[in-house]
Design a protein around this ligand. Structure first.
Ligand code: FAD
Length: 586
């Protein structure tokens, strides 16, 4: 199988029946090598992105997978020295090499899945064999999947609800019900990103990214995420994918306990992990009232996410090494999606049905030393009420798979660091977040509505003034989408001054890159504070923390950011455990 790269495709190739245009493009690329149609067996899409640099010629750029009738012809083409023709190398399986260790496996059947039928694989002397995974977000789920595939029958503990119930709890909160501090947009099966746009874009270039994407497709995600340059799952598809992943892990011998919270780690005389303490809401109204339960545990994957504030406090108390970590705060900004489409694709191409809702990513470095950027852009989406503690106001964004809502939204953020936290305490970043979230909650009226301001008023530093419509079109259409409603306020009253000043300085710079960015009727909603973890749980080369046996993992550990990199980190931690137990080659 060959990869044909940098293939220019017309937008119509993205419409039903567009395959013929792909075949024609493949033939055109192979014609200089004398390949004719009869020699083509199959042409499929491997990767596709949009090239909209010239608005008069918006098109796709693709990598096609081509199978030729004659293998000798394929190798001749590979020797032709054409930089755009390469061999196709399938994605590696993260359990590659497992079979060699256990020669017996081959006798048990072809696939690695069979290992689940065995009793849990032995652990080093004195260490309970079953690993425990805390957190059923992307990191925890992928760590649990790999450990289960390898026959270790992991126990997964999740403080929040199972996804079916969690979806109802989140919908009730959106509709005005009180916040459930244990089951909300941050906490519960599927983790933080479950009610999101489910973007799988990432800055990491790890070969395991493909394994994550194909695992999502096996769990019911739309197959186009395999070839989209910027794939996303959508908040309407994610819950089903998460449920199927859970069922697969259970079928492989894993166990889940929901409404079960890790409340303590217990170490032995050597400082290594020996057991954990959990609180289970099965028999209690709250974790606080639950009778503590001790579980023997020598291997703990701690994938608790960036909002696990009580867990960070517990780790600090137990003497586990933690560090302050930079992150970013700011607002969510909303524009009309149609304006973003026109700005990115040009008015003519923006109407083409093969082009989805456009996205954008902007950044700059200011003379005041601050970095400002847009983040987690959700085309055709909604601003989400994403608090996890009562009396706090936190924004984030989501889109359905179709990305068909009227507004585009993105986080508009300013980098912050230890110098801003006002104390050297490892958890000072959390207190910095809380101060802003509390101020936003109060400024919004103390009911869970968010403070919001039109960009024009924000730029003019005008406070408490009703929005000043420039024209009926904008006001009639561009309305705030925050799920619990907004109160028009001056955002300077809940955000640090350096944050507001930096955002103001960045607006004209971003407007040079995205024409509609400085639309005075754009809407700013506060406050966006959970861009990534404010704390790092220090881990060594073997991915263990200062407490041997405890593996910090995912976004909460401070080593990942986003669904894809958290999932990959979960896989890497599971591989480290299998290596440590001698099941994977070192
Ligand atoms: C609204 C929203 C939209 C987002 N959109 C995107 C996006 O489009 N693309 C993207 O890449 N990223 C997105 N993110 C970020 C992404 O969700 C996270 O980076 C990712 O989920 C991190 O995965 P994780 O497994 O490390 O942690 P989480 O997903 O945070 O999972 C941690 C889990 O641990 C549980 N937990 C915490 N403490 C305990 C405890 N003591 N005991 C038991 N369980 C515990 C929590 O309940 C939670 O379910 C979004 C986040 C939010 C909130």
């Amino acid at each position: 199988m060959l990869e044909l790269r940098n293939i220019k495709l017309p937008l119509d190739s993205g419409l039903p029946g567009g395959e013929a245009l792909m075949t024609r493009a493949a033939l055109y690329a192979l014609a200089p090598h004398g390949v004719v149609e009869e020699q083509l067996v199959q042409v499929t899409l491997h990767k596709r992105s949009v090239d909209a640099r010239r608005k008069s010629d918006v098109h796709f750029v693709a990598t096609l997978l081509v199978e030729l009738a004659d293998a000798a012809l394929e190798s001749r083409l590979l020797q032709a020295g054409d930089k755009d023709i390469a061999p196709h190398v399938p994605a590696p399986d993260p359990l590659e090499g497992l079979a060699e260790i256990d020669g017996g496996l081959s006798q048990r059947g072809p696939s690695l899945e069979d290992r689940s039928a065995r009793t849990p694989a032995a652990a080093p002397q004195g260490i309970p064999p079953r690993p425990v995974v805390v957190g059923a977000g992307p990191a925890g789920l992928f760590a649990a999947l790999l450990l289960a595939r390898a026959g270790l029958q992991p126990l997964v503990l999740e403080r929040g609800e199972v996804i079916e119930q969690r979806s109802r709890t989140v919908a009730a909160y959106d509709a005005g019900a009180p916040l459930d501090p244990d089951s909300n947009v941050q906490f519960g099966e599927g983790g933080a990103g479950c009610f999101s746009d489910g973007k799988l874009t990432t800055n990491i270039t790890d070969p395991l990214c493909n394994y994550v994407t194909s695992t999502f497709v096996e769990a019911g995600a739309p197959p186009e995420i395999l070839w989209q340059a910027r794939p996303h799952l959508g908040s309407d598809r994610l819950p089903g994918v998460v449920r199927n992943l859970r069922e697969r892990i259970i079928a492989l011998g894993g166990t889940f306990r929901f409404g079960c919270m890790l409340t303590r780690v217990i170490t032995g005389a050597d400082g290594a992990l020996q057991a954990i303490e959990v609180a289970d809401k099965r028999d209690a109204h709250s974790f606080h009232d639950a009778t503590p339960e001790t579980i023997a545990c020598g291997t703990l994957v701690l994938a608790c996410g960036h909002s696990a504030r009580e867990t960070y406090a517990m780790l600090h108390e137990e003497g586990v090494d933690l560090q302050q970590k930079p992150f970013s705060v700011g607002v969510r900004i909303e524009h009309l999606q149609s304006d973003v489409n026109a700005a990115q694709y040009g008015a003519r191409a923006a109407a083409h049905p093969a082009l989805g809702a456009a996205d954008y990513k902007l950044s700059c470095h200011l003379p005041n030393g601050r970095g400002v950027y847009t983040f987690c852009m959700c085309p055709g989406g909604q601003v989400m009420a994403s608090a996890s503690e009562p009396g706090m106001l936190v924004t984030n964004g989501m889109s359905r798979f179709a990305r068909d809502a009227a507004n585009a939204n993105a986080a508009f953020l300013v980098g912050v660091g230890p110098a801003d936290f006002g104390s050297a305490h490892p958890l000072a970043g959390i207190e910095f977040q809380r101060r802003i979230e509390r101020a936003a909650f109060e400024l919004g009226g103390g009911t869970g509505s968010a403070p919001a301001q039109r960009l024009g008023d924000f730029m003019a530093a005008i406070s408490e003034k009703a929005p000043s419509p420039r024209g009926h079109r904008e006001i009639a259409i561009l309305q705030p989408s925050f799920s619990r409603g907004v109160a028009w306020r001056a955002l300077d009253d809940c955000l640090p001054a350096f944050v507001c000043d930096s955002l103001r300085q960045a607006v004209p710079l971003f407007a040079r890159k995205l024409a509609c960015f400085d639309d005075p009727n754009a809407i700013l909603t506060a406050a966006e504070t959970r861009s990534s973890a404010p704390v790092r749980i220090v881990r060594g080369a073997n991915l263990q923390s200062s407490c041997p046996g405890l593996y910090p993992c995912g976004e909460g550990a401070g080593y990942a950011g986003g669904i894809m990199s958290a999932a990959v980190d979960g896989l890497r931690v599971a591989q480290a455990i299998l290596r440590q137990r001698g099941f994977l080659p070192s």
